[in-house]
Write a new protein. Structure first.
Length: 351
């Protein structure tokens, strides 16, 4: 017997209703409540959860607990069971780099099929949760995720929900995809293996008076996302010399140019001016995030150029650690991305 029938074989009702059904006729129907198994002196607990869809192999177990009849939900044409609703919401919202779980307790989870950068459209998520009786919980946009990590979860609050509510989610997701080149509201971007050129500035390092501290730190950060520093070059605090090194890496065809040191306001700090002099388009010199507020984000054509402040050496997490994974995932950094870093961007004194 299918989920659209009752014990007398009549058509699916237009309204959802609670019905007593022989267990033999209940296959494909959803239980209206939990069913308990009791083994005296050994076990007492739930055998089947409310909403469980009865299968052929469940019938002997139902007889063992003394059930000849059970109450089931017969869904009306205007309603969806929580499992189907959660599956449809997940399918509508989820895209590349994600795998959906089977429904469990009315929930469907979207998990990363590989490590990468989670893209989560907050306006879409807010609209879904504003519909009512629907729940969609996610990580924040641009979170770095590992393979198998849960990115989002979908469910409905009641056991059944109006079909129209879920259809609104599906329609909104279709509109979002059309407006964003086919990209789903929730997806994972893989990290690309970038070839990185590293310019370390500072007369004291160039002359060998002090040991370079930037190189090992930057290499470790870059390698964490599957990229590699192909060469590190050293420059004195001289604008023309820094420009030459930038152009060297540009001609070499690297995917990202990182320039360390010389990013403060001291008269000898030449890096920001050299990046401009090289012809870069400056997205931002300075960010509202702490630490790392003196970082410069720029582009020479399509090649990202980042001027890294000294905080990158001694702070565990700076604005560099926010922007680097986005660059490695192929996300173009715009001015508004920088502006938004201030809210929640105070990392000083965090444990």
């Amino acid at each position: 017997m299918t989920s659209g029938s009752n014990s007398t074989g009549s058509a699916t009702p237009s309204a959802t209703r609670l019905t007593e059904v022989r267990v033999e006729d209940a296959v494909g129907l959803a239980l209206a409540h939990d069913l308990t198994r009791i083994v005296p002196g050994e076990f007492k607990g739930r055998l089947f959860r409310k909403g469980h869809v009865v299968r052929e192999e469940d019938i002997p177990e139902l007889h063992k607990i003394g059930k000849a009849h059970i109450y089931v939900l017969q869904l009306g044409t205007a309603d969806l069971h929580e499992d189907e609703a959660a599956q449809r919401m997940a399918a509508a919202a989820g895209g590349a780099g994600l795998a959906a779980t089977e429904p469990s307790e009315g929930k469907v989870l979207l998990r990363a099929s590989a490590g990468g950068l989670a893209r989560v459209a907050k306006p879409f998520i807010d609209d879904v949760n504003g519909i009512g009786q629907l729940a969609m919980a996610t990580l924040t946009d641009c979170t770095v995720v590992r393979s198998g990590q849960t990115i989002a979860g979908t469910r409905v609050i009641p056991l059944v929900v109006e079909r129209e509510r879920v259809e609104r989610v599906e329609a909104a997701a279709a509109v979002w995809r059309e407006a964003h080149g086919g990209a789903a509201p929730i997806h994972v971007l893989p990290f690309r293996p970038l070839r990185v050129g590293l310019v370390t500035t500072g007369g004291e390092v160039f002359s060998g008076l002090i040991e370079d501290k930037f190189g090992p730190v930057v290499r470790a950060r870059v390698e964490a996302f599957g990229s590699a520093v192909v060469e590190q070059r050293f420059s004195p605090d001289d604008s023309e010399a820094i420009v030459r090194e930038i152009r060297y890496f540009l001609e070499l065809g690297v995917d990202l140019i990182l320039i360390t040191g010389g990013m403060s306001v001291d008269p000898d700090d030449r890096t920001p001016g050299a990046i401009k002099q090289a012809g870069a388009r400056i997205v931002s010199h300075g960010t509202p995030m702490l630490p790392g507020s003196m970082l410069m984000m720029a582009y020479l054509g399509d090649t990202p150029v980042m001027g890294l402040p000294g905080g990158v050496i001694h702070d565990k997490f700076t604005v560099f650690d926010v922007l680097l994974p986005r660059v490695c995932a192929g996300v173009a950094i715009e001015r508004n991305d920088i502006v938004q870093l201030g809210y929640g961007g105070l990392f000083a004194d965090r444990g």
